[in-house]
Design a protein around this ligand. Structure first.
Ligand SMILES: Nc1ncnc2c1ncn2[C@@H]1O[C@H](COP(=O)(O)OP(=O)(O)OP(=O)(O)O)[C@@H](O)[C@H]1O
Ligand SMILES: [Mg+2]
Length: 258
């Protein structure tokens, strides 16, 4: 709900981490502001995420993917302003449009990251219905923490309703300045309220974030101490999202009931 907390930054950081590991990432920009598209150095595309939601045939999203300016490992479905009109519920099951249109794409991309707008309307609902993991990004301030609570509640509603496979949210604190007493107390407050949900590492406030985003360069290629620090944090976040029960479980075969 609270704007500017770092949702797009985390989206881009995760895509950058996947690409840097030699994998592929698809960035779906579901925010009419189009910041994730810009961060991936893509301005326009023949088809946008708004077109995909309007069409919503199974797998149709594949037709809207364009290569990012970061290279072919990262594809993008860009947003445009018209997407704003799709933030309201329309007809039955309009919250399933993204999930349907992305069908089968999860087999072609190592990771699909969906950037949400700063509202809990139909666009974010579509993202939550399509996802299997969700990051609630917040910053250490009163209004941001209230926003995080509302996002966690919205995820619970989706988990107990339409998407029971969606995992519990991972709350990530961004723009942390632990030298600021108020930040420290807000972070402890959040950890006390959601002891199992708040990620162990905080993303620090660093100029490299806005600089790399403005230049359309992935954080893993931003050659500075802060760039390397942030890259390491996004690598760890990607790993923890993929293996929520720890790396040790990654080799374990998935039990099958025959
Ligand atoms: N850790 C950080 N350190 C410094 N600047 C940051 C950090 N995280 C985000 N920013 C900057 O803050 C601004 C807002 O971040 P971002 O766009 O990621 O937020 P958002 O939640 O996606 O915003 P919106 O709600 O508008 O979509 C951007 O200019 C970004 O570069
Ligand atoms: Mg954003």
């Amino acid at each position: 709900m609270k704007g500017g907390v770092g949702k797009t930054t985390v989206t881009l950081g995760l895509a950058s981490a996947a690409a840097n590991a030699g994998e592929s990432a698809l960035v779906v920009d579901l925010d009419p502001q189009g910041n994730a598209s810009m961060g991936c150095a893509v301005e326009q595309a023949p088809f946008t995420s708004g077109d995909v939601l309007a069409d919503a045939r199974p797998g149709v999203a594949a037709q809207a993917i364009v290569p990012s300016g970061w290279g072919p490992a990262v594809g993008v479905i860009v947003a445009d302003r018209a997407l704003e009109h799709r933030n309201l519920r329309e007809g039955d099951h309009s919250e399933l449009r993204l999930r349907t249109s992305l069908a089968t794409l999860d087999r072609q991309w190592s990771i699909i990251v969906i950037d949400c707008p700063p509202s809990l309307g139909e666009l974010t609902r579509n993202a939550l219905m399509a996802a299997d993991a969700v990051v609630v990004v917040t910053e250490p301030g009163y209004f941001a923490l209230r926003g995080a609570q509302q996002a966690v509640d919205a995820v619970s509603v989706i988990r107990s309703g339409g998407n029971p496979l969606l995992r519990e949210p991972l709350i990530v604190v961004n723009r942390a300045r632990t030298t600021v007493a108020d930040h420290r107390s807000r972070i402890s407050e959040l950890r006390a309220a959601y002891p199992h949900l708040v990620w162990g590492t905080e993303i620090p406030e660093r100029n490299a974030v806005a600089q790399s985003e403005g230049a359309g360069i992935p954080i893993h290629q931003w050659d500075s101490p802060a760039g390397r620090e942030l890259a390491g944090i996004f690598d760890a976040l990607l790993t923890d999202l993929r293996y929520p029960f720890g790396q040790a479980h990654r080799q374990r075969p998935i039990p099958r009931f025959t």
